[in-house]
Design a protein around this ligand. Structure first.
Ligand code: SF4
Ligand code: SF4
Length: 166
């Protein structure tokens, strides 16, 4: 995955994609759920996360209490020690990584704690959310970081503009 090329594509297209997502806040085409599923399938035929890892390189997951306990246990640490070593609390009270790339990302783009990774990582990039339009703000942020979300929103935009009176 050429992330420099991706950044250039994002610079050219992000305003249009964000505008599309904003419009989706107000008007949701019929069969949106089916359309998202259908288009998302095509996205994953073209995108390989192991050739990318941009989320782990440039973003931080949010750690919930269970994540912290589970991962701390794995390292034989107390949750407090784990937080002191790797996390900070942001202004919303959420626990985040102090540094990026994530400390658990390996050189081969695999996650060294994959089986016990934070729930937030396991759900990313959240394309399977039932009410897609409720996550427009999340997708609007993630189109600039995640090539899969960028493709999903770009392809959805094309389909919706072509097929719906919108
Ligand atoms: S915990 Fe694993 S999946 Fe989550 S950001 Fe870190 S390396 Fe990526
Ligand atoms: S989820 Fe998105 S940003 Fe993360 S590795 Fe996959 S394509 Fe890249």
């Amino acid at each position: 995955m050429d992330l420099k090329k991706f950044d250039k594509k994002v610079a050219n297209k992000k305003a249009g994609l964000k505008k599309f997502l904003k419009k989706l806040d107000k008007i949701v085409p019929e069969n949106m759920e089916d359309l998202v599923q259908e288009v998302d399938k095509t996205v994953w035929e073209d995108i390989d996360c192991l050739a990318c890892a941009n989320c782990c390189k440039t973003m931080t997951p949010t750690y919930n209490r269970k994540d912290i306990r589970r991962i701390a246990d794995h390292f034989g640490m107390k949750p407090k020690q784990f937080k002191e070593k790797w996390l900070y609390k942001d202004k919303n009270g959420d626990w985040m990584n102090v540094s990026t790339p994530c400390q658990f990302l390996q050189e081969d783009h695999k996650c060294s704690i994959y089986e016990i990774r934070p729930d937030d990582c396991a759900g990313f990039p959240h394309h399977d959310k039932k009410d897609f339009d409720l996550y427009n703000d999340t997708y609007a942020q993630n189109v600039t970081r995640c090539p899969a979300t960028f493709e999903l929103v770009s392809r959805l935009k094309k389909r919706v503009e072509k097929e719906y009176e919108w």
